[in-house]
Design a protein around this ligand. Structure first.
Ligand code: HEM
Length: 214
């Protein structure tokens, strides 16, 4: 099996998890309790030690192999789709690196339940929203774009109209889903009340709270 074939297989597992995970975040459109109820069920699957170990191993492998592909083809890459694939792949790799470390840190060091509030807290402690809005938006858009690029290359013998649609439609869907999730985390679709312990993970809030208590 070539490195590219393993990259593809590992991508399938991560994509299956990402579909469940993104559906989980879309559930928050119906309110935070709906998101948490969905997560309670989904965690029964992905928090099984064997499943989590496999998922996190695939994530580590995907980051390494993805960045390797981006660097290896840097000089020979030609055409918009090839560049879109490389840039979206690099963005996913960087996002996953930060994201998974942040989730593990939240669970093990901060001892927090890494649910909706953990992801949303940054949006509610200015100026962190300026980091988190593009961070989550681009991550979801990059994932859909990367999958669209894969569909584009798969349809080698199809008409150019069909191939363009195979890339453009996932990108459009990705931008819509990403926008809905970001608006929901930011509390723009329905009011969100972030518990103080989540907001306190941001140093400035901790200092403000301490000053307030003095
Ligand atoms: C707006 C987008 C996203 C948000 C708000 C978000 C938020 C979260 C949160 C809160 C957790 C902790 C879950 C738990 O404790 O059960 C988590 C875990 C995780 N996320 Fe995301 N995520 C997003 C997008 C993504 C994407 C696009 C991917 C993959 C391409 C991804 C991969 C992961 C992985 C691998 C974990 C660790 C799962 C585990 O073992 O517990 N996330 N994310």
């Amino acid at each position: 099996m070539t490195l590219r074939a393993i990259h593809r297989t590992s991508a399938m597992l991560i994509t299956a998890f990402a579909c469940l995970h993104i559906a989980n975040h879309l559930a928050s459109l119906a309110g935070v309790p709906a998101h948490i109820a969905f997560m309670d069920v989904a965690r029964k699957l992905y928090r099984q030690p064997a499943v989590e170990l496999l998922l996190l191993s695939c994530v580590a492998f995907q980051i390494g192999s993805g960045l390797w592909f981006v660097m290896r083809g840097w000089k020979s890459r030609e055409g918009t789709v090839a560049w879109l694939q490389a840039v979206s792949g690099a963005l996913i790799a960087l996002f996953l690196l930060i994201h998974v470390v942040a989730v593990i840190y939240g669970r093990t060091v901060l001892k927090l339940d890494t649910n909706f509030y953990y992801a949303a807290a940054g949006f509610h402690v200015p100026p962190n929203q300026y980091f988190f809005a593009p961070y989550y938006f681009l991550a979801v858009l990059a994932l859909f774009t990367h999958l669209g690029c894969a569909a584009y290359w798969q349809l080698e013998t199809a008409s150019s109209k069909m191939r363009t649609a195979a890339l453009a439609l996932p990108m459009l869907a990705g931008a819509t889903v990403a926008l809905l999730i970001v608006l929901s985390l930011a509390g723009k679709l329905r009011p969100v009340d972030i518990p103080a312990k989540y907001k306190a993970t941001y140093a400035t809030t901790t200092i403000a709270t301490l000053n307030h208590l003095r």
